[in-house]
Design a protein around this ligand. Structure first.
Ligand SMILES: [Zn+2]
Length: 215
């Protein structure tokens, strides 16, 4: 994947777009290549795994030109490393298949449910839209808090946490139409009914080594 290394131009904590809808970077940005490591790679951090998952999703979506949204989970393995491949049980069959993501337009839908063993975060990508879509497509949409909130509640139940006890840490990542990957930490701190569009911009943390060139 082609990526750009550099520091974003920040206008009072708001993302600035270049003429093609990518993130506007300060002078001195350089082109580079990001090698996709794949779902079974042993990543040191969830951020690295999420960036890789989103890179793969972008590569597939770009090759198919399907403009689709994709979503999946980040898992923590028993050896302490992170990845994004998980076994998925086919309904009604005693068979699980390896899975890295699913396609969908709306994160409100239960996708790859229930969350796989070891799930500690969710990621998804937004389509690369027209000019007017750029601002919207780099932040959460209406239902984007609901799916990870649902997942963390399910995981807490599975872990037999006491009612109203502390929930496990669970982050949500978004691959935006500007080529950036952003994380929202501790998604469980937002109410289940929270509209993702109302999430404060400064809650989004840029992660990864650079920014994808998506057009
Ligand atoms: Zn979304």
């Amino acid at each position: 994947m082609n990526i750009v290394l550099g520091a974003p131009v920040n206008d009072r904590n708001r993302t600035v777009f270049d003429r093609r809808g990518g993130i506007e970077l300060a002078r001195g940005a350089t082109l580079s290549t990001y090698p996709i490591r794949g779902p079974e790679h042993h990543f040191t951090t969830p951020d690295e795994a999420a960036f890789d998952a989103i890179a793969l999703a972008r590569a597939v979506t770009g090759a198919l030109d399907d403009g689709n949204e994709k979503t999946g989970y980040i898992i923590k393995r028993s050896d302490g490393t992170f990845g994004y491949g998980y076994p998925y049980q086919l309904a009604g069959m005693n068979l699980s298949i390896p899975r890295t993501s699913s396609a969908g337009w709306d994160l409100k839908a239960a996708i790859d449910w229930p969350p796989p063993e070891g799930a500690i975060a969710m990621w998804h990508i937004h389509p690369v839209g027209g000019e007017g879509d750029n601002a919207a497509n780099i932040y959460f949409g209406e239902g984007d808090v609901i799916a990870p909130r649902k997942a963390v509640n399910e995981i807490a139940m599975r872990m037999n946490r006491a009612p109203n006890g502390p929930l496990p840490a669970f982050d949500a990542y978004l691959g935006g139409s500007d080529g950036a990957v952003r994380a929202v930490r501790n998604i469980q701190s937002y109410p289940k009914t929270y509209d993702g569009r109302n999430l404060r911009r400064d809650k989004y943390i840029l992660v990864g080594p650079g920014f994808f060139k998506l057009r």
